[in-house]
Design a binder for this molecule. Structure first.
Ligand SMILES: Nc1ncnc2c1ncn2[C@@H]1O[C@H](COP(=O)(O)OP(=O)(O)O)[C@@H](O)[C@H]1O
Ligand SMILES: O=C(O)C1=C[C@@H](OP(=O)(O)O)[C@@H](O)[C@H](O)C1
Ligand SMILES: [Mg+2]
Length: 165
């Protein structure tokens, strides 16, 4: 089985759903942000503060390409889609599942989180602007799952069903 990549905007639930999906499918799961933190020994916040976004994006691409491509669930950071080369790589290597969540819900989940430097201290309007600037990049996704008002178990089940089609 080819890799299953979970993508979507910050706070959509990629990391959380990826873990639940991995358990249900008895597959390993790796999270690009966690891999970046593990290999650098720094938090995402520290990387952005000390080295800047470009450095983070270079690491993100490197990590993505070094992760296994079979029998695995890979949860990505929300900005992975910005780079054309990342989108092409994921499309060629596996199935891309887009998790969509309402932006009001997303804002409530993430605006106070200092380890999401791109979202931290942004107003809701600024977050919407960022979302809209990235919206077209999500078109490369194989499947889209709307997560609004759904439990983690329900979303996981929906992904499993969609993978059968
Ligand atoms: N379907 C859901 N229902 C309720 N809370 C959720 C749901 N999905 C995610 N969350 C919560 O939202 C927050 C962000 O989830 P996370 O998995 O870190 O998102 P992402 O990796 O997409 O940024 C976490 O606190 C998580 O527990
Ligand atoms: O959208 C982004 O640019 C980012 C999303 C984050 O991951 P989550 O989507 O898991 O929050 C993390 O990679 C970093 O803070 C940058
Ligand atoms: Mg995450």
């Amino acid at each position: 089985m080819k890799a299953i990549y979970l993508t979507g905007f910050m706070g959509a639930g990629k990391t959380t759903i990826g873990e639940a999906l991995a358990e249900r499918l008895a597959l390993p799961v790796r999270d690009t942000d966690k891999e970046i933190e593990r290999t650098t020994g720094l938090t995402i916040k520290q990387i952005f503060e000390e080295h800047g976004e470009q450095y983070f994006r270079d690491l993100e691409t490197e990590i993505l390409k070094n992760l296994p491509k079979d029998n695995i669930i890979i949860t990505t950071g929300g900005g992975i889609v910005i780079r054309n080369e990342n989108r092409i790589y994921m499309k060629e290597s596996g199935v891309i599942i887009l998790l969509h969540a309402d932006l009001d819900v997303i804002y409530d989940r993430i605006h106070h989180d200092s380890n999401r430097p791109i979202a931290n201290k942004k107003s809701k309007e600024e977050l919407v602007t960022l979302y809209l600037s990235r919206e077209s990049y999500y078109e490369d996704c194989t499947r889209k799952i709307n997560t609004d008002n759904k439990s983690i178990d329900d979303i996981t089940e929906e992904i499993i069903q969609s993978l059968k089609n």
